[in-house]
Design a protein around this ligand. Structure first.
Ligand code: SAH
Length: 236
């Protein structure tokens, strides 16, 4: 069943008018008709069943509140900015695989720089990619993309469980370190982290972990890490 995010707080028995993009998708892309059912996630991340009325506008009558998803801790992905197409793929896959927040990082070897004048447009595009991926994967929570920060300012995004994906083969595999707590995972750029950057992150409390024997591209590393975290949490 299709699922959409709405900005309002919902309650059973009320009717909500769906906004432009959502209404267009329902009416013109899916060609849904009055009486059909959809799921809505409201501003408080609560999940509802709703019955459509499709005529001049697209409205939904809230019929029932549903059990929202698991109560696992939030996942923050701090990933160094990489080239555009791969960065947008990283956002989409991270959102599909359960990331709650993506923080673009700028490190010593980050080769991509965002011009101040285009920062707002980039942020809107990135958040649109993340939202669409969340809707497509029927998530009950939205993944946001924050404004880029320098690696030195990463403290603000630390969680209970902080991991650094570092390919020096010293760390334990991420599957041994992932759990249900709120967690932050840090991933380097195409050129990796400088040794002193890894040492800085370790000094903050980030535990180095391995993503396996092979050296993965940054976008693959992010996908691997989130897939393993998700699979590990499904066994807890
Ligand atoms: N240093 C790599 C390039 C970096 S890969 C090389 O020699 O080619 C991009 C990022 O993905 C790394 O900074 C790291 O965060 C992560 N990564 C890739 N493979 C990894 C592995 N096997 N274990 C841990 N992290 C890995």
């Amino acid at each position: 069943m299709r699922q959409y995010f709405v900005r309002e707080n919902l309650q059973c028995g009320s009717t909500v008018e769906l906004d432009g993009e959502t209404a267009h998708h329902i009416r013109n892309v899916l060609r849904m008709k009055s009486g059909e059912m959809i799921r809505l996630v409201d501003a408080g991340s609560r999940l509802f069943l709703a019955q459509l009325s499709v005529d001049g506008s697209v409205r939904a009558l809230i019929t029932e509140e549903l059990e929202a998803g698991s109560v696992n801790g939030r996942i923050t992905v701090c990933a160094c900015l990489i080239k555009r197409e791969k960065w947008e793929m990283l956002i989409q896959k991270a959102a599909e695989l359960g990331a709650d927040r993506i923080v673009p990082l700028i490190s010593k070897r980050t080769i991509v720089h965002i011009d101040e004048r285009e920062a707002e447009k980039k942020s809107q595009r990135w958040n649109k990619i993340a939202l669409e991926a969340c809707q497509q994967s029927n998530r009950t929570s939205v993944c946001t993309v924050e404004d880029p920060i320098d690696l030195k300012d990463i403290r603000q995004y630390m969680s209970e469980n902080n991991l650094l994906a570092y390919e020096d083969r010293q760390g334990r595999n991420i599957i041994e370190l992932a759990d249900e707590r709120n967690m932050t995972i840090v991933l380097g750029p195409e050129g990796g982290f400088a040794e002193e950057e890894a040492a800085f992150l370790n000094s903050l409390g980030f535990v180095s972990c391995s993503l396996g024997e092979r050296i993965l591209r940054a976008e693959t590393a992010c996908l691997y890490a989130l897939a393993v975290i998700d699979a590990r949490r499904s066994t807890l």
